[in-house]
Design a protein around this ligand. Structure first.
Ligand code: BLA
Length: 311
């Protein structure tokens, strides 16, 4: 794998005080997530015929309300992959990466999910093959897709330990492979993150290449509804919403979420957020603004090393 950018030296402040110059230099590990996307796409093209998604014409790049923040969007499809899309956001103080792969409903394979948020010195990372079906009521799904790839989690568990309490609802969208972590920036960590990203991605890609089409219409329907539920959750409650609204404004953020990032929320099903998550219904019938009903939970990793849920 190609290593990501090495850090650059950025002058963070040059102050003039009493005729003396005080200059401070800070080493910022300026990770560029655009390279992560480029590398994943390069790996994909070695194995899969990618076509541009119709979304690419509408979404390619955007400038934030501050005139400085750049958003770069990429979107592809293949015969099996309904949507492979990436969004990278960069300005002087932060970098965001949201990369996902969604299959056609004929396939029950997991959803690829990489969400990295880097600001000042802090990183919030989720990297996972999100299960399409809930692992609690489909243990055969866990046998089918996760048991034989747990080693990729073990490989990164030490350098990227569990990130602590998180929104309780999120756990059911995560698999025992999930890398949920927070760390302060360093060249070493960003290099390891790049390796982990490509390794998780290649694992996902291999699974999507191997998978065969589901023939049973009721299973295809179940796959479609499961993906729709996932999209409905994330289009409504993803933790990045607040920041996205701040960067591009309410209307653009909503459009990006529903039409680009979680495309399919209007096409794959007709159930509403409240149909799937009735606990969020308020007295007047609207969706509660709360991010979470359960609250922050799971101080430690709720799976053992074999991938068994221990809560
Ligand atoms: C924080 N992002 C988080 C957190 C998680 C995730 C778990 C910690 C806060 C929490 O517990 O909710 C990520 N949560 C996920 C993912 C799923 C999930 C991937 O349930 C999938 C099912 N993050 C982005 C984008 C932005 C972003 C696009 O992916 C910004 C545009 C920002 N994420 C972001 C910020 C925080 C965060 C600013 C910290 C703020 C906070 O904790 O609320």
């Amino acid at each position: 794998f190609k290593a990501p950018n090495s850090p650059v030296l950025i002058s963070s402040s040059t102050k003039k005080t009493n005729f003396k110059f005080q200059s401070t230099f800070r080493v910022i590990s300026a990770v560029s997530y655009k390279e992560f996307a480029d590398s994943a796409l390069e790996e994909t093209r070695k194995r899969v015929l990618l076509e541009p998604s119709p979304l690419q014409e509408k979404y390619s790049s955007m400038t934030g309300l501050d005139g400085k923040t750049q958003l770069q969007m990429l979107a592809f499809k293949s015969s099996k992959i309904r949507l492979l899309r990436s969004m990278a956001i960069e300005n002087e103080t932060m970098q965001v990466f949201d990369f996902a792969g969604f299959m056609e409903p004929k396939y029950d394979t997991p959803i690829f999910c990489a969400n990295f948020f880097t600001s000042a010195n802090m990183n919030i990372v989720v990297l996972d093959l999100n299960p399409l079906h809930q692992l609690t009521d489909k243990t055969d799904y866990q046998d089918k897709y996760y048991n034989n790839i747990m080693s990729i989690h073990h490989k990164y568990a030490e350098i990227f330990p569990w990130g602590g309490k998180l929104t309780g609802e999120s756990i059911k969208f995560f698999s025992p492979l999930v890398m949920w972590t927070r760390f302060s920036s360093s060249q070493e960590k960003h290099k390891a993150l790049f390796s982990a990203f490509l390794e998780y991605y290649q694992t996902w890609l291999e699974i999507t290449i191997q998978v065969t089409e589901e023939m049973d219409p009721s299973q295809v329907r179940a796959n479609r509804e499961a993906q729709h539920k996932y999209l409905t959750w994330r289009a409504q409650k993803d933790p990045g919403h607040g920041l996205l609204r701040k960067l591009v404004g309410e209307a653009k953020a909503k459009e990006l979420l529903r039409d680009f990032l979680f495309r399919g929320v209007n096409e794959l099903g007709t159930k509403t957020f409240i149909d799937y998550f009735p606990e969020y219904q308020t007295e007047d019938g609207t969706v509660s603004d709360k991010r979470s009903i359960i609250g922050k939970s799971f101080e430690t990793r709720p799976w053992d090393s074999t991938g068994r849920f221990i809560g």
